[in-house]
Design a binder for this molecule. Structure first.
Ligand SMILES: [Zn+2]
Length: 68
């Protein structure tokens, strides 16, 4: 372990708070409460009769909203 050949990759982009789920670039919510609040706000803003579903991301430890 004495000869560490590690350096920073300049092409490595700092990941924004979003992730790809299928073809969709989803906003990440750290907690279920945060996601539920965002769902309520979105339903109100767009005058939706139904609210968006909150689900846990299958790839990481955070939450997303589903539009159906
Ligand atoms: Zn995710």
């Amino acid at each position: 372990m004495a000869n560490r050949n590690k350096h920073l990759n300049p092409n490595q982009v700092y990941e924004p708070a979003r992730c790809w789920v299928g073809d969709t670039h989803k906003i990440i919510y750290d907690t279920q409460e945060e996601a539920e609040l965002a769902a309520k706000v979105a339903a109100y803003d767009h005058n939706l009769g139904t609210s968006l579903k909150v689900y846990k991301c299958p790839y990481a430890n955070h939450y997303h909203l589903a539009s159906e």
